[in-house]
Write a protein that binds this ligand. Structure first.
Ligand code: AMP
Length: 129
């Protein structure tokens, strides 16, 4: 069965998309730690990051780099942090999280955002690419 992220990539489930190319897809995390919390996913459905072939792994880092630069232009923060967990969704994804303090990096913390705010934010980050 497809993962929820494959369904998002295929457009079967909606997302606040930032960008995609033939191999990767970036969109806002629906339950963000902080404003601008973004997920970058390889279209290839692989469970764990270190199961990726090295070329895809390097490509994922490269794509995440570009997305992080765009996030930093839009979201006021001290830096964009990067985390890989994957305990909830078994499809490789990089979390890019604008950080202002340590609690932004803590996955227990969540913020609330409305649909319009998600949409506008995804568009603004996308426009910086
Ligand atoms: P983890 O697998 O522990 O790295 O966490 C999975 C992340 O995916 C969490 O931060 C969720 O908020 C996020 N997530 C789960 N479903 C969706 C979705 N439909 N759209 C956007 N983000 C999602």
């Amino acid at each position: 069965m497809s993962t929820i992220f494959t369904k998002i990539i295929k457009g079967e489930i909606p997302s606040y998309k930032i960008a995609e190319n033939d191999q990767f897809f970036a969109f806002l995390d629906i339950n963000p730690n902080a404003i601008g919390h973004t997920l970058v996913v390889p279209k290839k459905e692989v469970n764990k990051i270190f199961e990726l072939d090295k070329e895809t792994y390097r490509g994922l880092m490269d794509y995440s780099y570009d997305i992080a630069q765009a996030i930093e232009k839009v979201v006021p923060c001290k830096r964009v942090g990067m985390t890989v967990i994957g305990l909830e969704v078994p499809h490789v994804h990089v979390h890019l999280i604008p950080l202002n303090n340590m609690s932004d990096a803590t996955f227990g913390k969540k913020i609330q955002m409305g649909e319009e705010d998600f949409k506008k934010l995804a568009q603004r980050i996308s426009a910086e690419l």
